[in-house]
Design a binder for this molecule. Structure first.
Ligand SMILES: Nc1ncnc2c1ncn2[C@@H]1O[C@H](COP(=O)(O)OP(=O)(O)O)[C@@H](O)[C@H]1O
Ligand SMILES: [Mg+2]
Length: 289
């Protein structure tokens, strides 16, 4: 167990406005307390970043954040020697500028890597020994040993998402996995009310949420939308004097993927879903739907 980890899920949820997710928060905190590294996985917009960030901020330790992208490098993660300094004095330790991994290891901090699966393979390879044995080898500097308290919390989208790489089996083996599914309708309404900026009416919020939830169950839609789309719809419908149809058209065009756009055009699918929602034909409630 680590020192200073006397936080509970309720405290973190309250401090960071996390709706629901107590079980997941409890799981993540337990992993960190047990000295395990955690990977949060789930579809876009399910709350991975929000949850990981809340835990990193609320865990009562120093933390650093890194956002994964295809051009991130090992040198960025580990650190580098200041080139003009090296020309003058050679590879001396004071000239090393630590990257977030080395800094987190040296100070016993929590490292939060958002969208880990977007990182190139080289970066993933550097993480292996760091997670495994708590050490990383830096050329010209030597081996860095992790101080007590070092831990990793990461997020990733599941493999079927566009622009998503796969973590190696070896790296996955160093993580405990917390899977996030979409939340139930009541929790989604709560999130929309919290995140919307145009103060939408409860009725508009409810319809926006139902519409977005319906996109996740329709066979004509390959990939449905997240609560983030519901926030956009509720805000737009408010500024459009209740025109949910136009709001949904604007918000969903970029956020759903049709199974076959030629057979069932976007406008038709949307009109149909909207009619069903208006008629009160709602999707089954409950987590994971
Ligand atoms: N349980 C939750 N409580 C509060 N806000 C949430 C929750 N889940 C998602 N959100 C909000 O929904 C949006 C999408 O969440 P985000 O963490 O960015 O998703 P992801 O990282 O999985 O793509 C954010 O604005 C976030 O604040
Ligand atoms: Mg995210």
């Amino acid at each position: 167990m680590l020192r200073g980890d006397v936080v509970n899920p309720e405290q973190i949820a309250r401090a960071h406005h996390i709706v629901g997710r107590r079980r997941e928060l409890r799981a993540v905190l337990a992993c960190l307390q047990a000295g395990r590294n955690v990977l949060l996985e789930g579809p876009v917009g399910v709350g991975k970043t929000a949850l990981a960030r809340a835990v990193a901020m609320g865990a009562g330790r120093r933390w650093l954040r890194v956002d994964g992208d295809g051009r991130y490098t090992e040198a960025k993660l580990v650190g580098h020697f200041d080139p003009p300094g090296v020309l003058e004095r050679g590879y001396v330790a004071e000239l090393f500028v630590p990257g977030p991994l080395v800094e987190a290891m040296q100070t016993g901090a929590l490292l939060f890597i958002n969208e880990l699966n977007r990182m190139p393979e080289g970066v993933q390879n550097v993480l292996l020994p760091a997670l495994d044995e708590g050490m990383v080898h830096v050329p010209h500097l030597g081996t860095i040993q992790a101080a007590e308290g070092f831990g990793l919390i990461a997020t990733q989208n599941p493999a079927e998402f566009v622009a998503t790489g796969q973590l190696s089996e070896a790296l996955l083996d160093r993580f405990e996995l917390v899977r996030l599914l979409h939340q139930d309708a009541a929790e989604e309404r709560h999130i929309v009310a919290q995140d919307a900026t145009c103060e939408p009416e409860p009725e508009i919020i409810a319809r926006a949420v139902e519409l977005v939830r319906a996109t996740r169950h329709d066979p004509r839609i390959r990939r449905g939308a997240s609560v983030r789309a519901a926030v956009a719809i509720a805000d737009l419908a408010t500024t459009l004097d209740g025109d949910l149809r136009l709001a949904a058209e604007l918000a969903l065009a970029t956020r759903i993927e049709l199974a076959d756009a030629r057979e069932t055009p976007f406008g038709d699918v949307l009109a149909d879903l909207e009619k069903k929602v208006a008629a009160g034909v709602t999707t089954p409630a409950g987590p994971g739907t």
